[in-house]
Design a protein around this ligand. Structure first.
Ligand SMILES: [Zn+2]
Length: 262
């Protein structure tokens, strides 16, 4: 139920929020040249749950979650068509220089057990790199991975771990100290778990403003990800990188269109 509520809130953040909705109409409102420049950049894809869902499953769940078979179809497409996957940190390091042709950035939010149980075998099979934004405040509860599972993901070499606050806090509703603590401790705990630096952050519910960007930067993150693509592939601000949600309702045709930025 909690996950359903989280999905609902996320949906609101991504698809219903009036300002975002209004901005969505401006996805490719720039010049054709600008649109082409953005097309040449990799898309950043955002996934959540990977689970068996049926056609009659509620519509919101179908937007947020994806069936394992459907995810594998997408991974197979990437392999068959020569797409290179980049960690978020690799991608950010390449901004301003030449990006590899046909590349994509794949992210999974919330550090759900689905990622360990279902996605890890698939990324090994297709040699795909992903970045996982985890909430270390849960450690094996609320459908989240345990610390040991997070460490195993990291040790696979195919997963970069990013921070997503301790307990999936809506930072916009937290006071300065609470927001800072959620950001700081999620970074610190995750670094202890994986014994490596955690350099990127994803805003829970995609909720952030200038204060949150500043707090994230103050805590040493160079990169932070939003949860919408209303700015298309405008990657100028590393503290609000846009992402495109992928779920069960995303057809292969739509997936290809997103990859190509059309
Ligand atoms: Zn989240």
């Amino acid at each position: 139920m909690k996950r359903e509520i989280a999905a609902l809130v996320l949906l609101c953040a991504v698809f219903v929020s009036p300002p975002l909705f209004a901005e969505a109409h401006g996805v490719f409102s720039g010049t054709n040249r600008e649109a082409k420049r953005h097309r040449d950049m990799p898309a950043i894809l955002m996934y959540h749950d990977v689970m068996d869902i049926q056609p009659e499953t509620d519509a919101m769940r179908q937007v947020i979650a994806i069936r394992p078979e459907h995810l594998e179809e997408q991974f197979r497409y990437l392999e068959d068509n020569g797409f290179k996957t980049l960690f978020v940190s690799e991608f950010a390091g390449l901004i301003g220089s030449e990006m590899p042709k046909k590349s994509v950035v794949i992210t999974f939010d919330d550090g759900l057990t689905d990622v360990y149980e279902v996605v890890l075998p698939l990324i090994k099979k297709y040699n795909i790199k992903i970045t996982v934004y985890a909430n270390p405040g849960f450690n094996g509860t609320n459908g989240r991975m345990s610390y040991a599972q997070i460490k195993k993901l990291h040790d696979s070499g195919l997963v970069e771990i990013g921070a997503h606050t301790m307990k999936h806090a809506n930072l916009m509703l937290a006071d300065d100290d609470e927001a800072r603590a959620e950001i700081r401790y999620s970074k610190g705990v995750l670094q202890e778990i994986i014994e490596a630096p955690v350099t990127s952050f994803a805003y829970p519910f995609g909720k952030f403003g200038y204060r949150e960007e500043k707090l994230v930067a103050d805590e040493g993150f160079r990169i932070a990800l939003a949860a919408d693509h209303s700015h298309g592939k405008n990657y100028r601000n590393l503290l609000s990188l846009p992402r495109t949600n992928i779920g069960e309702k995303t057809s292969l045709k739509e997936f290809i269109r997103i990859l190509r930025g059309l």
